[in-house]
Design a binder for this molecule. Structure first.
Ligand SMILES: *Cc1c(COP(=O)(O)O)cnc(C)c1O
Length: 376
């Protein structure tokens, strides 16, 4: 069994994907082909954002968002403690200090009251300037934007949505990648909408930031790329990836998102009363980047993972370590609030195989193994 079966997806879409890849090869328009513009148009329309700028990967998307907001040395950026490293890495890379915020045990997403505690604590020390919040749509479910947007407003902070795992989710019909000031996503192959290499995108409704990001991502271009009016980076989505994504976006919209939700629902029905299953808030829709359960202890989690592996079922620990315990942050003063929930989750969490092409009997195999796991 595959953790995320990209081969099955390719087999299903092979004829179309091979054709568009050959088109790009024939055109030799490898950078900035018309497929890139078309994809950006469709992504903006799908998410309900005014602007979409595709770029090299999700990490660059976050970096470009922080550049547009002029995040720099002395700024405090509030980031969940339970996330992929890039969420905390990018503010640190910009010279700012990531301040880690605890998460909710049931949804794994940023806890708004922990966020407010962290903002108040930073204001009290007076050393850093509270500048922005990066909320993460972890495992596919949008963060609690009702509450987080209100907190951003109350304290005058920018809000960035890290939707690297959240593309396709929504809250009462409002799509992921449309929350906050700027949203970022990733098209890394294993993300809900993945390409065949690295890729990412940035979304905003603000014309000025959109123009700035378009400039920053092409060497700070002015009139053209040989007229350089600021120092930027080089981060583009190439034509081949855009062409592949156009095919995959259609499948994603037509059936993949619905199918992966069906897989998650089946898991939850079969696993109830056996393990703690992931909670989706009322009115929220997840794109199920991961299906993550909680076990009773680290020992039980590790035992189950070993047992699944012995029986040919891959599983992953997202994430092994809270951000505040990563070596890279040990020299920085990043912790101002209790991060006990994240510490507990890191010991007990386990992500099971999930993807839109998972069959009912495969789900039952995984659940059967969890049921039969010795000394459980
Ligand atoms: C994957 C991921 C990123 C980074 O995306 P890349 O395309 O791998 O650079 C950022 N944030 C989160 C939450 C992610 O899961």
């Amino acid at each position: 069994m595959e953790f995320r079966d990209l081969k099955r997806q390719y087999q299903k879409l092979k004829i179309q994907i091979d054709a568009v890849v050959h088109n790009v090869l024939d055109s030799t328009n490898f950078i900035s082909g018309m497929q890139v513009t078309e994809l950006e148009k469709q992504l903006a329309e799908y998410t309900g954002r005014k602007h979409c700028m595709s770029c090299g990967n999700g990490t660059d998307a976050l970096t470009l968002a922080l550049m547009a907001l002029e995040v720099k040395d002395g700024d405090a950026i509030f980031v969940p403690d339970f996330t992929f490293f890039a969420t905390g890495e990018t503010p640190a890379f910009a010279g700012a200090t990531p301040i880690f915020v605890d998460v909710e045990e049931d949804t794994f997403n940023m806890n708004p009251s922990s966020l407010e505690d962290a903002i108040i604590a930073i204001k009290k020390t007076g050393k850093l300037l509270p500048k922005a919040i990066i909320a993460v749509d972890l495992f596919g479910q949008p963060a609690d934007y009702d509450k987080i947007e209100a907190i951003a407003k109350k304290y005058g902070l920018f809000l960035i949505e890290d939707a690297a795992q959240g593309f396709g989710g929504n809250i009462c019909g409002k799509m992921a990648c449309s929350f906050g000031d700027i949203s970022c996503t990733s098209f890394f192959p294993a993300k809900p909408l993945g390409c065949y290499g690295d890729g990412g995108a940035i979304f905003t409704d603000n014309d000025e930031w959109a123009a700035l990001i378009r400039s920053y991502q092409i060497h700070g271009k002015g009139e053209n790329k040989y007229d350089n009016i600021r120092v930027g980076i080089n981060s583009r989505l190439d034509t081949m990836q855009a062409a592949i994504l156009l095919v995959k976006l259609q499948a994603f919209r037509e059936y993949e998102l619905e199918k992966v939700n069906h897989v998650a629902k089946t898991y939850t029905e079969l696993l109830e009363n056996l393990v703690v299953t992931p909670a989706v808030k009322s009115g929220y829709y997840s794109s199920w980047a991961q299906y993550s359960i909680l076990l009773q202890s680290q020992e039980q989690r590790n035992r189950l993972q070993a047992y699944l592996k012995e029986n040919g079922v891959p599983s992953m620990i997202y994430y092994q370590k809270p951000m505040h315990l990563q070596n890279a942050f040990q020299e920085m003063d990043c912790t101002y609030v209790d991060l006990g929930v994240t510490e507990k989750i890191c010991q007990r969490v386990l992500s099971l195989p999930i993807h839109p092409y998972m069959e009912e009997d495969e789900i039952k195999t995984v659940v059967g193994l969890i049921k039969n796991c010795p000394d459980f």
